[in-house]
Design a protein around this ligand. Sequence first.
Ligand code: 28G
Length: 656
Amino acid sequence: MAQVYNAGSIKVLEGLDAVRMRPGMYIGSTGSRGLHHLLWEIVDNAIDEAMGGYATEVSVTLHKDGSASVWDNGRGVPVDAHPELGIPGVQVIFTRLHAGGKFGNENYAYSGGLHGVGASVVNALSRWLTVDAFINWTHYSMRFESIEDADHKILSGHPVTPLQKLGNTRKRGTLVRFLPDDRVFEETSFNHDTVRNRLRELAYLNKNVRIIFTDERLQDASARQEEFCYTGGIADYVRHMNRDKTPIHDRLIAFEGRKDDVLFSCAVQYTDGYSESVFSFVNNIPTPEGGTHEAGFRSAWTRAFNDYARKIGVLKEKDNNLSGEDFREGITAIICVMVKNPQFEGQTKGRLGNTEVRPAVESIVSSQMTLYLEDLKNQEIAQKIVEKAVKAARVREATRKARDVARVKNELEAAPLVGKLSACTGRKASENELFIVEGDSAGGSAKQGRDRHFQAILPLRGKPLNAEKKRLDQVLSNEEFRSIITALGTGIEAEFDLSLLKYHKVIILADADQDGAHIRAILLTFFYRYMRELVSDGHVFIGMPPLYAVKRQNGIEYAYDDKELKKITARSRGGYTIQRYKGLGEMNPEQLWETTMDPKKRKLMQVTIEDAVQEDNLITILMGDKVEPRREYITQHAEFNKADHFEGQQGAFKPE
Ligand code: 28G
């Protein structure tokens, strides 16, 4: 076993052991998310080097042995002795908690935040980690391991070689490779798509940085390497997001600005659609829940266009201003800020809280948009946007009137709606569940099989319509959606109020076939577009009915996928028969309860918004007007007979 090579490192190791004792405190979780966090931490350091203008290239490799490596061609992590500690800088960085120097350091003023826990945390949670620095034509290397002492206590991130000079080099930069510790993480395999999508996103957010992704684990050699580099940055990202939509102008509205310590940039393009797709980032980290930067952008954007609409006479003195929503119909926008000490708030830490950011962004957007709207060459685009907003306002007004009428009508028709919904008797919303069930016969079984104390059933007769292609007034006139809105009690869009939610679990129950998939997609689209908080707050679930029943003398077992079926049949000596369920309707009430509704036995997948850009795009593909991308997507993902077909079909799903 290797030796402690330097006495000063004893204290250091204690620090790292704290990380191993409570990994969740440093990286959030020890599941797949936490695992990827390790990689983001190292990638962030490489990107920081590029953002500082010192590196042009970052490359990330997933190796066959389960390790990951990251390379940047920057200045190389310092190897000279730390003035106070007397050990090489690289050792300080990888063995001292918070020694990354991201806080109070001018070199890295805008980095990390959520991710910025430091490279030492990655070291603490790895089986081994190596760092190679290429500085002044010299190749330096150092290796850390997690070792066991005489009492079988694990010492994390222990330097097992002193800093070594390996020889001459023509390279410049830093290479870090590490193997996540399987004694810490439940999941140790990096997900190809997760890594790829984040690297691509980083390439869009950091224009001209070349990011090379290599997955050596892939069989197909031609798919192993991908390179991302975008000269247009976030403007390219917006174009990419709109690739399956129909833009109403070619040239994007894009600008940057700085106020005090806040750096701001945005790119905007309108399409002929009706939905609002605004994606925001803080220090390269997505903020799906918005925050002060988005608030500042929205208010300045609305004010600039209202002022403009008055200036060109579309709004007269007596007219009211158009609303912010009107100016955001059909918008696709990315807004980025760099902030010094970002405060992330909200349940999933996805919202920026810094109050100083709002006025800063407001001032930048106001002055830039004033310039933009005064420029002759922008008049055509600006007028199109105002025109679109005026139309949106008209529809909104008509909808409001229709809604008032609908409200009265609704009250009159309340009886049939209530008749459709089988409410539960319990009054605690936090314990109550609403099952939205495809088809009358399955709905009937669910009604009989449920626990009526906390489970309510809403059967869907026909297919609800596709919310993506419709305006609000059409969505509201659809009976299936109306009954869902009424049953949930929250209202929708601007009037959505989560505190009024009557069922904290909303469970979609549809067949595991094409039709079921379509209904799921339609319902998720509706929730995503009109009740997004319901999804982002984790209230939406997908029920997983079993695909097979294996009947034997001593009873029935259910299999939720082909793998499980194999397991069950393998250990079933003697006779058995397999029933394959084609739909929920084939199960009697008891079976439906036992397999799909009983909280003790059922499988539910929670719908989450992991990657809002991805989500938005998937919805466009599945629900938008363009047939070709949809056909392509469905052909690629058409494995409707597997229980895991939910994955990648829409949104992100994780087990209950
Ligand atoms: C490959 C994977 C991840 C890195 C650097 C470069 C420097 C550095 C990193 O310094 C501490 C604090 C301020 C000097 C900075 C090199 C200044 C001069 C660096 C990385 C010491 C950290 N020369 N590249 N850290 N500074 N790449 N990639 O981690 O005073 S970390």
